[in-house]
Design a protein around this ligand. Structure first.
Ligand code: AR6
Length: 170
């Protein structure tokens, strides 16, 4: 499986599924969630209403509507408190559940944002380590390419450094 770190807006990525860093209601919000709902159109919110929310660490799938991605995989990352409230386990579960959904929907190419590192305040370097580890350890059959789409410079640089480090030790 190829992993690419990209800087940009996840709503513009052409792939089979993009991941949304949503909240438990799945009824929209700010950050990447707001951007995905704006780009997909109101039909996305209508379908989300039928899902009755999502637990932290879990993932649910909708269509992509006006996005170029066919599906949106909505996941809910943990709100970071002090690292002693299962934050790492829950964040790992987000990546794993999303990859399992991508497999179930036979997606070859998916894109993740940096889950929990915005409004939910997960320290970026710790979150990036969990994201990369979980993706690298996943045994995929359909998924051939994973993009991690970083919006800001700091997030982009953090993921790039980790990818470089992991490649060196491989
Ligand atoms: N493309 C890619 N990444 C983006 C985009 C975009 N268009 N916009 C923002 N990011 P956040 P969270 C980055 O806050 O921490 C929402 O209100 C952003 O810079 O979107 O999981 C939900 O409804 C950051 O690096 O998600 C929840 O209530 C990363 O995406 C809550 O925020 C995650 O930031 C979820 O918080």
């Amino acid at each position: 499986m190829e992993i690419h770190i990209i800087q940009g807006d996840i709503t513009q990525i052409e792939c089979d599924a993009i991941v949304n860093a949503a909240n438990n209601s799945l009824l929209g919000g700010g950050g990447v969630d707001g951007a995905i709902h704006r780009q997909a159109g109101k039909e996305l919110l209508e379908e989300c209403r039928t899902l009755h929310g999502c637990a932290t660490g879990d993932a649910k799938v909708t269509k992509g509507y006006r996005l170029s991605a066919r599906y949106v995989i909505h996941t809910v990352g943990p709100v970071y408190r002090d690292g002693q409230h299962d934050e790492a386990k829950l964040l790992k579960s987000c990546y794993k559940k999303c990859l399992e959904k991508a497999e179930a929907y036979q997606c070859h190419h998916i894109a993740f944002p940096s889950i929990s590192t915005g409004a939910y305040r997960y320290p970026t370097s710790q979150a990036a380590q969990i994201a990369m580890e979980t993706i690298e350890q996943f045994e995929a059959h359909y998924v051939q390419r994973v993009d991690i789409v970083c919006f800001d410079d700091y997030t982009y640089r953090t993921y790039c450094q980790l990818l470089k480090k992991n490649n060196k030790s491989a």
